[in-house]
Write a protein that binds this ligand. Structure first.
Ligand code: MN
Ligand code: MN
Length: 465
């Protein structure tokens, strides 16, 4: 059985809607190259749509009623938005989950050094990258430096047309005879990812002229930070530049960070755009740290999600720990992350009947994991049957897929972490080419089908018998 391409079903008006959604998504990507920048945008958008901060309502001792809208900004790195439904909360929620961190290169804690009249920041990569893909191209620097006095400086350098960019060098082919014999995993090694940030020596009083002194003077003057402030900084190096249309027909988007903002954006948007009072409480959760195992206080394996639902449930009339357990275990979730798009260049990595194709709509992975489904959340067929009905009724194009050929590798995301509460969860998402590369490619129609899928799911998903 082959799934149809999704483009064909759209008329002129439909194609315009796809384009408008893709454009808004592109703007979200351009302004959201880090988890913090995504949370800032999400919070702004939620407030504009009348969502109130849960923390404030808790403090005021307010109760929640059907139709009330709330959001949570957790440490500026994870975000949730909810709308209270008509049914009691203990009947469970319809939850959309996705992550907003992306593979990248982080700045080390003690990063600054000088070598051969060039100033560098030493780095430590984040997530599963092919290191050789990140050299010899313009890079930007995003993040925060936190001063001892409690103030915080936010930077995003390298995105504006007149901004400087940063750069990691590669060896010229003329001298690369030895390098070219290394395996791809070692063509560029972790300690070779050193970011060039300056090259003009400046005299520092009595001292000999140095490039780092010059760079530090600029950091002091422009941003009011000292070298010591790197100790308490979170600086992320990402490709500089904006999302771009791909192809003569402009059917695709190349950008940094589709993984997993291509699921996070439509998930959030589906909740923010929800009209009227939902039958069941709806929720979007955008999490951090997925690329390194969903660890930490802002990752899905932490308690942030559960704690938030506990606070929310208390205000919405589902009080106590048994009620909280019912809320969670009776919920339905689409845990969304990018899927490996079938790539004809590397066809051997896929099993074609069970691969995700660009343009064939939103993907569902009953299971992920590796080897014998190890580490996977294997979704219940009863739940999948309900989803098929919802999507067919809403004329949403969808496909089912596995992450590549059996035993070739594998992966997983946040589904199994939510499944531990006892809820019905399935991995879903959008197919991407060159996942984890500095520039990844998705199809605009898949993005739009994901959004339509999320809207239909929030409206129609119900307890599973
Ligand atoms: Mn992902
Ligand atoms: Mn990933």
């Amino acid at each position: 059985m082959e799934r149809k391409n999704a483009w064909a079903k759209y008329d002129e008006a439909g194609l315009e809607k796809i384009e408008a959604f893709a454009k808004a998504y592109g703007a979200f990507l351009d302004a959201g190259k880090t988890e913090r920048e995504c949370v800032a945008q999400a919070e702004k958008a939620a407030r504009a749509k009348g969502f109130a901060e849960l923390k404030k309502l808790v403090k005021e001792g307010r109760k929640l009623a059907a139709g009330d809208k709330v959001y949570v900004n957790w440490m500026n790195k994870s975000f949730m938005a909810m709308i209270v439904g008509k049914a009691p909360l203990e009947a469970g929620m319809n939850i959309l989950g996705a992550h907003i961190d992306s593979p990248r290169i982080d700045v080390k804690q003690n990063p600054l050094y000088e070598e051969a009249d060039l100033a560098y920041l030493d780095t430590h990569y984040y997530g599963g990258i092919k290191k050789y893909q990140w050299v010899a191209q313009p890079l930007s620097l995003h993040g925060v430096l936190c001063r001892k006095d409690g103030t915080r400086v936010t930077v995003a350098i390298g995105e504006e047309a007149d901004d400087p960019v940063f750069y990691i060098s590669d060896l010229l082919p003329h001298l690369a005879q030895e390098q070219m014999t290394r395996t791809a995993a070692k063509a560029i090694e972790g300690e070779e990812l050193n970011l060039i940030i300056g090259g003009k020596p400046v005299a520092d009083g009595e001292e000999k002229a140095s490039v780092t002194a010059g760079v530090l003077a600029i950091l002091k003057e422009k941003y009011g930070v000292e070298e010591e402030d790197f100790l308490s900084a979170e600086l992320e190096i990402v490709p500089a530049g904006k999302a771009r249309d791909v192809g003569f027909d402009r059917s695709m988007i190349a950008a940094y960070g589709h993984d997993d903002r291509v699921c996070a954006y439509p998930s959030l948007q589906a909740v923010l755009d929800f009209e009227g009072v939902p039958a069941y409480t709806v929720c979007a959760v955008l999490t951090d740290k997925e690329e390194i195992g969903s660890v930490g206080a802002t990752g899905m394996n932490g308690r942030f999600f559960e704690n938030t639902i506990a606070e929310f449930a208390e205000l919405a009339g589902a009080s106590g720990s048994l009620a909280l357990r019912r809320v969670l275990c009776n919920s339905r979730m689409l845990s969304s992350d990018v899927s490996a798009g079938f790539d004809p260049n590397f066809a051997g990595a896929f099993e074609k009947k069970n691969a995700a194709f660009l343009g064939r709509g939103v993907c569902f992975n009953k299971y992920t994991g590796s080897r014998g489904k190890s580490g996977s959340n294997d979704a219940n067929p009863e739940y999948i049957a309900q989803l098929r009905r919802i999507l067919d009724d809403a004329d949403v194009s969808f496909q089912t897929a596995e992450l590549g050929r059996v035993d070739l590798g594998g992966g997983g995301t946040i589904a199994y972490m939510c499944a531990k509460f006892g809820m019905n969860v399935i991995d879903s998402g959008v197919a991407v080419l060159s996942m984890h590369a500095p520039y990844e490619v998705i199809s605009k129609v898949d993005l739009y089908e994901a959004y339509r899928c999320y809207c239909a799911f929030l409206r129609d998903a119900a307890p599973v018998d």
